[in-house]
Ligand binder design. Structure first.
Ligand SMILES: CC/C=C\CC(=O)SCCNC(=O)CCNC(=O)[C@H](O)C(C)(C)COP(=O)(O)OP(=O)(O)OC[C@H]1O[C@@H](n2cnc3c(N)ncnc32)[C@H](O)[C@@H]1OP(=O)(O)O
Length: 704
């Protein structure tokens, strides 16, 4: 798992061998121990170079080992031995040096890196801290502020950025191992351990705690770096170990590591028809049409252009097209500057003629959420585009199969549901209908990947996965307000749970009129009416009544909260709303009661989770990982809780079932509190680990 050879006469070359990313498994750690010992004791070896095989230095500790019993030599003494070696040790970094991989390089005396290599300490995103000396060596090498930034965010750097910060000694575009060997031959014996004088950074802890939304790892990272600033190296290392011990077995670490693997699981998509990621080849796409340049169309255009695709952007009115062109240019420049990438000119062609998309390979429709308008457009596209052009809709809830039926080639139609702002948000729901060809799904998934999205393939139903689950969550929040809670009580409970925004603040941000339009389209809105049963089930008209008063949220300066002015973001409790709610409850004969945060969490989250089980049962999502990644990347579900389905597994499925039954008895008129039969089945199968749910879902069962 690590090999030692002698090159250029006197350089001991140690290669890590553990494809695909040379993770530091027990065997690799043992290999490093053995090869370093041999190299250091060999009198013919004057200096040592450590590299990774197959163009990757090292992706860090083997995350798969974290769940089980850890065996083999630990990293800290291995790295201390390397640092203490009396022969110069040089790390040759290609591909990635992440987590324990970078910590290995930091223990070496010198680092040479490929300019495009990725370096970073991403442990915080796994609920951990860099506990193989990273929190002690990095601040001593580059200072506290830069180290804090890298360790608390986990962000990756390029080799060139790492050189600027002083993490590496040399960057090369040539063969990195050869450059490192040449470097090793040129340096005298003795080592280069940099020990900066460090001082603490006031105010950092407060800032990190605020942005952590309840995650504990970023806080522990700050504490560990503070130890580097205040304690001698050996004591700092001890503090690092103590802090790591509090994180290692935590539920948050388990949730975050589950997210790491789930993000990779969802790219290996499958559908109930049997089509799969490994048997469906995507069609090559170089030119894409975007129809409709409102907020979504503009974001999609930017995301495509940044991914290096040619875009034909169509808007029917000249004036709107000009406005969109101006906005897209600004967004592109800002995003490219932030990401440090250069723009390729002339990638986007604007037109007011639909015919401009006649020669593209894929079209993304992003016009208003109006079925009649989309039907007409798909009919036109089907006639004017090439016979094999993929037609995709950015609808957030409409029937993909119905749209497909408007075209000559329904197999070429899929949904590509982006999230606003589309050039920033990582989630893409790829929606397949019963007639979508495997190649169409594979192509949309591949295009999402090229745009840097986490793409999740889901089946066709109203609202798909994300918005379908959101309905019961939002409805429960309104019911709680009818029963006595205030928007502040509901939002506070959800924000303390870890959501960046509660239901009502989020609704004010996105606009209350958005949901009002959807409810109108579903025939639920009865202007001026207060009835609380519609279409045979409990309904809260509160949102409609606010809209009738022109309270659309932030954009009108009032909604569930009050704002200083239209467009302001600072939400304040509104005394008017309080009186309005009191009057509403009195007219409805509702007796207000005290509602605590436990009830808020249980009713909102268990309703959401219950719908997730229905979705799994119907095969709309292939597994719990798909739902969890949709919620983590698209809806702000706290990543350190793993997503709604993982959270349910942590709470205990029997407990979720029991609380749903309890609330359903109290509220028999709320269908989404009726426990899903899949949840019952899982509980009666002994509540297996989430990784085993797919087996249970697939098992034949009787619904009797
Ligand atoms: C005492 C504690 C000390 C240290 C703690 C740590 O080091 S924690 C680990 C820190 N490292 C990371 O977080 C890096 C994780 N990996 C990545 O970010 C990417 O995999 C990487 C290295 C940038 C490569 O990306 P790429 O897109 O090329 O490949 P992909 O992500 O699809 O990964 C390929 C397969 O490798 C598996 N894998 C990757 N890293 C690890 C790892 N550290 N441990 C175990 N397995 C890893 C990944 O799951 C993929 O597996 P597959 O079965 O093919 O889906």
């Amino acid at each position: 798992m690590a090999a030692l050879t002698r090159v250029s006469g006197s350089v001991g070359l140690i290669s890590l061998l553990n494809p695909p990313v040379n993770a530091l498994s027990a065997a690799v750690r043992q290999g490093i121990v053995d090869t370093v010992r041999r190299a250091v004791s060999d009198p013919q070896v004057k200096s040592v170079v450590i590299c990774g095989q197959n163009g990757v230095f090292c992706g860090g500790a083997d995350i798969k080992e974290f769940g089980g019993h850890m065996s083999g030599p630990p990293l800290v003494p291995i790295f201390n031995t390397i640092e203490a070696a009396d022969k110069p040790v040089v790390a040759a970094i290609e591909g990635s040096a992440l987590g324990g991989g970078l910590e290995l390089a930091l223990a070496c005396h010198y680092r040479i890196t490929q300019s495009k290599a990725r370096l970073g300490l991403p442990e915080v995103s796994l609920g951990l801290l860099p506990a193989a000396g990273g929190t002690q060596r990095l601040p001593r090498l580059i200072g506290v502020p830069a180290a804090l930034d890298l360790i608390t965010t986990g962000r990756h750097l390029t080799g060139a950025e790492a050189l600027k910060l002083g993490i590496v000694d040399q960057v090369t575009d040539q063969n990195t191992v050869e450059a490192a060997v040449k470097f090793a031959l040129s340096i005298p014996s003795g080592c280069n351990i940099c020990r900066l004088h460090l001082s603490e950074r006031p105010g950092v802890m407060q800032r990190v705690k605020k942005s952590a939304h309840g995650a504990i790892a970023p806080v522990a990272c700050v504490q560990a770096v503070q130890a580097a600033a205040t304690l001698p190296f050996t004591q700092g290392m001890q503090r690092e170990q103590e802090l790591m011990a509090t994180l290692f077995g935590s539920g948050q670490a388990r949730a975050l590591q589950y997210c790491f693997f789930s993000q990779r699981v969802v790219s290996k998509w499958s559908s109930p028809s049997g089509s799969r990621w490994d048997t469906s080849k995507p069609k090559p796409v170089t030119k894409v049409g975007v129809i409709g340049l409102g907020t979504m169309g503009r974001g999609i255009t930017v995301a495509l252009a940044l991914a290096g695709l040619s875009v034909v952007a169509v808007e029917t009115q000249q004036q709107q097209m000009m406005a969109a062109q101006h906005a897209v240019s600004g967004m592109l420049e800002r995003t490219a500057r932030r990401r440090g990438v250069s723009l390729v000119g002339d990638q986007i062609r604007y037109s007011v003629e639909l015919e401009a998309v006649a020669d593209v390979e894929l079209v993304i429709e992003a016009v208003f959420e109006d079925m009649a308008l989309k039907e007409k457009l798909f009919k036109q596209l089907s006639t004017l585009c090439k016979a094999d052009t993929l037609l995709c809709s950015n609808t957030s809830s409409l029937d993909i199969d119905h749209l497909a039926s408007q075209t000559h080639s329904p197999q070429l139609v899929v949904g590509m549901h982006f999230f606003a702002p589309a050039h920033v948000m990582k989630l893409l729901e790829v929606v397949y209908g019963p007639r979508s060809a495997p190649q169409a799904v594979a192509t949309a998934m591949e295009l999402g990947k090229r745009m840097g999205k986490v793409s999740v393939a889901v089946g066709n139903c109203s609202g798909f996965v994300g918005n379908r689950m959101l309905m019961p969550y939002v409805e429960e929040a309104s019911f709680l307000v009818e029963e006595g809670a205030s928007p502040e009580i509901v939002d506070r409970a959800l924000e303390e749970f870890g959501f960046p925004m509660g239901v009502f603040r989020m609704s004010d941000l996105s606009g209350l009129d958005v949901g009002w339009k959807v409810r109108k389209a579903r025939g639920l809105v009865e202007p001026g009416q207060m009835s609380r049963v519609r279409q045979g089930r409990r309904y809260s008209p509160l949102g409609d009544l606010l809209c009738e008063q022109g309270r659309f949220g932030q954009k009108t300066g009032r909604g569930w909260y009050l704002y200083d002015s239209a467009g302001s973001r600072e939400a304040q409790p509104d005394p008017w709303l309080q009186s309005f709610l009191e009057e509403y409850r009195a007219r409805q004969g509702l007796v207000s009661r005290r509602i605590d945060s436990q009830e808020v969490l249980e009713r909102c989250l268990y309703a959401l989770i219950n719908e997730g089980f229905n979705i799994l049962q119907e095969g709309i999502a292939a597994g719990p990982e798909d739902i969890d990644m949709i919620y983590v990347f698209g809806y702000g579900f706290p990543r350190h809780r793993g997503g709604p389905m993982f959270y349910a597994s942590q709470v205990g499925l029997a407990q979720v079932l029991q609380r749903l039954e309890h609330y359903q008895q109290l509220h028999p008129d709320i269908p989404h509190l009726r426990p899903s039969s899949l949840l019952r089945r899982l509980v009666s199968s002994g509540s297996p680990r989430i990784q085993r749910w797919r087996e249970i879902i697939r098992m034949p069962h009787s619904s009797l």
